[in-house]
Design a binder for this molecule. Structure first.
Ligand code: ZN
Length: 270
């Protein structure tokens, strides 16, 4: 499914409060967390996900940042001559940071599992997206993020962002920077199908961005018009790309399910 909107949730609101608290403590100590709040980095290359282009696990960047900040915080606690009250406060912050990192690690692993399952089912689709180039022949990074219960409130269980770089209508941009796409899927049981669906959008939208951006605006963003799920009119070229992608993928997915069921039976028969 498609939506350019990024819905806010209670979790995000709680997260903002938490970030605010962390920022306050760091400012108190003369540090800032600017790298956690930057809006549009030129490129992101977390150590847990090598390379700049291709399919990326979105959590790798955050995980690396939190690990760096946790290490700095541990260093501060160990080295700075702080009074007992400050030490206590910092240890409390560290505990929250460690809990946040555990949460990120769980989400990172689930996202990794979904991406690798898709690769196992349909390596051709995986490679197409991993190698995807825009109209100018530049490679693009596709950031994938699986979120628990994503879309359960509005019924849109997966999204691909749609945005152009300022000054060049052929260059895709997302919160991860220029020449990047952001894909979000619900982390539930059929997440791999949702990801294949979104990759169908990515496959069309990256090389045809200038045309599709204009088409999308003229088709779905007219005054007083509010389709439930923009991007899915019958003749929408991005939707047709999804349809074609899923026709192939669902056949392979059925085969994969049969194969893995068969494997399970072999194990059970021991
Ligand atoms: Zn869609």
């Amino acid at each position: 499914m498609f939506s350019s909107a990024r819905p806010t949730s209670k979790n995000q609101a709680q997260s903002n409060v938490f970030f605010g608290f962390i920022r306050f403590v760091f400012l108190f100590l003369g540090l800032t967390l600017s790298s956690l709040t930057r809006s549009c980095p030129q490129e992101s290359n977390g150590n847990l996900n090598e390379g700049i282009y291709g399919i990326k696990n979105s959590y790798a960047v955050e995980l690396q940042e939190w690990t760096d900040h946790i290490n700095k915080t541990k260093e501060l606690i160990g080295n700075m001559a702080m009074d007992v009250e400050k030490q206590k406060k910092m240890k409390g912050v560290l505990k929250q940071m460690l809990a946040k990192r555990d949460d990120l690690l769980r989400n990172y692993n689930r996202t990794q599992e979904i991406i690798l399952t898709l690769k196992l089912i349909d390596p051709v689709l995986f490679n197409e997206i991993d190698q995807i180039k825009d109209k100018e022949g530049s490679r693009v990074a596709v950031y994938v993020k699986a979120i628990d219960k994503f879309g359960e409130k509005n019924g849109i269980y997966a999204t691909t962002n749609l945005d152009q770089c300022k000054g060049n209508e052929n260059i895709y941009t997302s919160p991860y920077g220029d020449r990047t796409v952001s894909v979000t899927v619900n982390s539930g049981q059929e997440a791999v199908l949702l990801l294949a669906h979104e990759f169908g959008h990515v496959k069309y939208q990256v090389p045809n961005l200038a045309f599709y951006y204009k088409y999308f605006k003229e088709t779905y963003l007219k005054d007083g018009f509010n389709p439930a799920v923009p991007g899915h009119f019958s003749k929408d070229p991005s939707r047709l790309s999804v349809k074609k992608t899923l026709t192939r993928f669902k056949r392979l997915y059925r085969q994969y399910k049969q194969d893995t069921k068969h494997t399970d039976e072999i194990f059970v028969s021991h």
